[in-house]
Design a protein around this ligand. Sequence first.
Ligand code: B12
Length: 288
Amino acid sequence: MSGPKQVNLKKLRPYGDIMDDGTVQLCFTLPVEPSPEAKEAAIQFCQKMGFAEVKVATMEKAAQGFSTFVIYGNTKFSVDFTSIHVVKVESQTKPREEVDELIRTKIGRKLVVVGACTGFDAHTVGIDAIMNMKGFAGDYGLERYQWLDARNLGAQVANDDLLQRAIELNADAVLVSKVVTQHNIHIKDLKDLMERARKMGLMEKMIFVSGGPRMTHPLALECGFDAGFGVGTKPSDVASYIVDEYLKRKASEEKKAPAPKASSAAKKTPTKKAAAQKKPAGKGKGRR
Ligand code: B12
């Protein structure tokens, strides 16, 4: 008995119902009424794109003068999966309870997260999905985390106002949502925010995260952010990243700082940082 054909990662091809058949489902609309000629036009269009064995599954009237098609075709192209290297957020998504426990045990105070949708952008649903108690797709939002102090400033927040609020709240992380991308307004606004943050000396103190349907991690990096999240992001992805990044920075600072000499260090007044970190949870915040 022969088992299923092995996947060739060097020559990865789409799967229809037989390994390596290269079957792709296409969906598009032609601005003509459904007709045998429209169907033939759709088939020829697919053939010109290089698809073989083109099969029209459906042709439906989408509106007056428009027909929408669902078509299957086979491609001969493949990609070398083993050569793909993606710049991505280096954090493993953890359950909410685990994130809370990490903050409680390793940081000992609530992490403050301030979020907003900035500029003229009025789309609140994305940032709400991440921050609001209810969350998104069955994943509770940051407000639900016991060891996060999540503040959602809403939409149409000016870059300066967001940064001022982040300073007032002593934020550990700043979340920025951008949905409208017309004329690359998202990139302009995001770069402007980071320029201001840099001038204010906030880059080391806060973790900057951007998100939105057209956001990618590489684009976020290009705009000066620490991380970027796109379509389908869940609150736990963001919470996990924030705590991981916070602990990473904390560890690297501790590595850099020279170890205090036991005798003299004991007599010294504790630094602001050390004192704050000893405070009980929820009562004031220590910095890294
Ligand atoms: C609802 C909606 C509106 C509502 C917004 C209501 C509200 N309170 O938010 C209203 C009617 C107000 C509106 C207005 C406009 N809209 Co509108 N809108 C939409 C719509 C239908 C859904 C957006 C949405 O809610 N998605 C659901 C959320 C959950 O998804 P999300 O935002 O992608 O968020 C997820 C991720 O991206 C990520 N994420 C998002 N933000 C962040 C932030 C962080 C920090 C992180 C980590 C992750 C993260 O996590 C979320 C969960 O996974 C989209 C079309 C569509 N189907 O997407 C158009 C759409 C976004 N709108 C569009 C446009 C053009 C407009 C208007 C300019 C229209 C006009 N001419 O007036 C105005 C803009 C007004 C303004 N000043 O911003 C365009 C944008 C095109 C573009 N790329 O620039 C779209 C794509 C429609 C279209 N196809 O043309 N809109």
